[in-house]
Design a protein around this ligand. Structure first.
Ligand SMILES: Nc1ncnc2c1ncn2[C@@H]1O[C@H](COP(=O)(O)OP(=O)(O)OP(=O)(O)O)[C@@H](O)[C@H]1O
Length: 249
């Protein structure tokens, strides 16, 4: 018997409108989607289709104009700003395209920084597991400037996972990386889902990156247009072509 689980994150009828009058843009239009616990979901779509806007709304970094976003059993729009800040800090991990590490801190200090800021004692065993998995044990005392882009992004992934968040949101995490570094970072995110039951939601332009996910959602014009389970780079590319004339060439 399968037990219905509450999704890690849920968007219900989410609309995001920017601007007014002639400059008005509906970046998201009544979008509904569930993001299951322990799943790796990729969000794809043409440029301007609303991917980043969706990620920001799901992560409580931006407010929908209408609709609801739930993280677990909490509806974000009901939260006062302070509680929303705490929820982002305690229950959500972030990985950005630009790494966003603190240059004056070592790799290890960057990884534990969110826990330090929250005044939380790190779960040493979990931290050790995460650090072993990113494969940077010998680089922990290095500053970000002494690490390659791929190594910096793996540190950023470890930082996102250090608090064992309910969900990790990754916005183009491999956008600045070569193919080997991308494979390292995506392999790490994939293992965090497979082996540790983490939940990852990732925006990407890259069909190969999306193929690491369990499921790909395709947006176009702020709407959910298609969905693939167990994607391969080929099936992702084919779906992209059917949605975006620019990809079809
Ligand atoms: N702060 C803003 N003010 C006005 N319009 C915005 C703002 N942010 C996004 N938009 C518009 O909303 C739409 C969706 O943008 P969004 O960045 O979410 O798309 P995207 O799919 O992530 O694009 P890309 O792949 O190019 O990063 C676009 O038309 C964009 O111009």
């Amino acid at each position: 018997m399968t037990v219905e689980q509450t999704p890690a994150v849920r968007a219900i009828g989410v609309t995001k409108r920017y601007g007014v009058g002639q400059t008005q843009v509906d970046a998201l239009v009544e979008l509904t989607a569930d993001f299951g616990k322990g799943r790796f979901t990729a969000i794809m779509g043409p440029s301007g289709s609303g991917k980043s806007t969706l990620l920001h709304c799901l992560a409580g970094l931006d407010q929908p104009t209408a609709g609801q976003v739930w993280v677990g059993d909490v509806e974000l729009s009901r939260l006062p700003e302070k509680q929303l800040t705490h929820l982002r800090r305690d229950r959500i991990g972030f990985v950005f395209q630009a790494f966003n590490l603190v240059p004056t801190l070592t790799a290890y200090e960057n990884i534990t920084l969110p826990l330090d800021l929250a005044g939380r004692t790190p779960d040493r065993e979990w931290l050790r597991t995460v650090i072993d998995t990113i494969g940077l044990t010998d680089r922990l005392k290095h500053k970000p400037s002494e690490l390659s882009g791929g190594q910096q992004q793996r540190v950023a992934c470890a930082r996102a996972l250090a608090s064992r968040p309910e969900v990790v949101f990754a916005d183009e995490p491999t956008g600045n990386l070569d193919s080997q570094s991308s494979a390292d970072v995506l392999g790490f995110l994939h293992r965090s889902v497979r082996e540790f039951g983490q939940t990852v939601v990732m925006v990407t332009h890259d069909p190969t990156a999306a193929s690491y996910a369990d499921r790909v959602l395709f947006l176009a014009d702020g709407r959910l247009r298609s969905e693939l389970l167990d994607p391969t780079a080929e099936t992702v590319l084919d779906t992209m072509k059917s949605l975006d004339p620019a990809v079809a060439g």
